[in-house]
Write a protein that binds this ligand. Structure first.
Ligand code: 5RP
Length: 227
């Protein structure tokens, strides 16, 4: 009988959820890897009585957390977050990341900004030497300004395309649009690029996460997990 294939996102997600301490306020990231984090949190709640208060970074995660009976709170009611577990589209050796493949970059960055211990959880194929080489950089923009931002990104060396699904511009949970910016040689100086993009009028947030992650959990296709 064939052995079932191991999903590196699943092993990483479970291992990351095991790092969450009892009683913590927990930022809940977004995406298919975080899906496994949520399942494992619910399992720990049932099995060992783990108590947490979750802060979801997207409507999708909020819905999934509610379905799993994970108690939630909002940023109006807390000042800081003990630990956040979130995925990434790319991560380099300094733990800088590109995020926003799922369009949740703004809420993810707000949550990361008040998090004491940010855990990035990825499958091994997300590890890169230079950001921007395997995944376009998502930039959340106010729809009115998309043309202005697209031209400004071109000045910064990136060809940006509007994210579209079923022929319609994708709207984020905040009612904005996403430009996916492709840098032909990747992004050599991530801090400088983050600042430059943030300065463009009409940009709400970029998917560059610089200096925000503290712990990296990597799932490998053979089932190994590195922390
Ligand atoms: C969503 C994100 C996700 O964390 C990122 O896209 C990784 O997703 P996945 O775990 O599905 O590969 O930034 O905005």
């Amino acid at each position: 009988m064939a052995t079932p294939a191991i999903d590196p996102k699943a092993v990483a997600g479970r291992a990351a959820a095991d790092l969450i301490p009892d009683g913590a306020v927990v930022g809940l990231g977004t995406g298919s890897t975080v899906h496994f984090v949520l399942l494992r949190i619910a399992e720990r709640m049932r099995g060992e009585g783990l108590r947490i208060l979750g802060v979801p970074t997207s409507l999708d995660t909020e819905r999934k957390a509610r379905e799993l009976s994970i108690p939630l709170t909002t940023l109006d009611d807390i000042e800081s977050i003990d630990v956040t577990v979130d995925g990434a589209d790319e991560i380099d050796s300094r733990f800088d990341m590109t995020k926003g493949g799922g369009g949740a970059l703004l809420r993810e960055k707000v949550v990361a900004s008040i998090t004491k211990r940010q855990i990035a959880v990825v499958s091994a194929n997300k590890l890169v030497e230079r950001l921007g080489t395997t995944f376009p950089l998502p930039v959340e923009v106010v729809p009115f300004a998309r043309g202005v931002v697209r031209r400004a990104l071109l000045q910064l060396g990136a060809e940006a395309t509007l994210r579209v699904r079923d022929g319609v511009a994708v709207r984020t949970d905040n009612g904005n649009e996403i430009l996916d910016a492709r840098f032909p040689d990747g992004i050599p100086d991530t801090s400088a690029m983050e600042r430059a993009i943030d300065r463009i009028p009409g940009v709400v947030e970029s998917g560059l996460f610089v200096g925000l992650a503290h712990v990296l959990v990597i799932g490998h296709p053979d089932g190994r997990v590195e922390v």
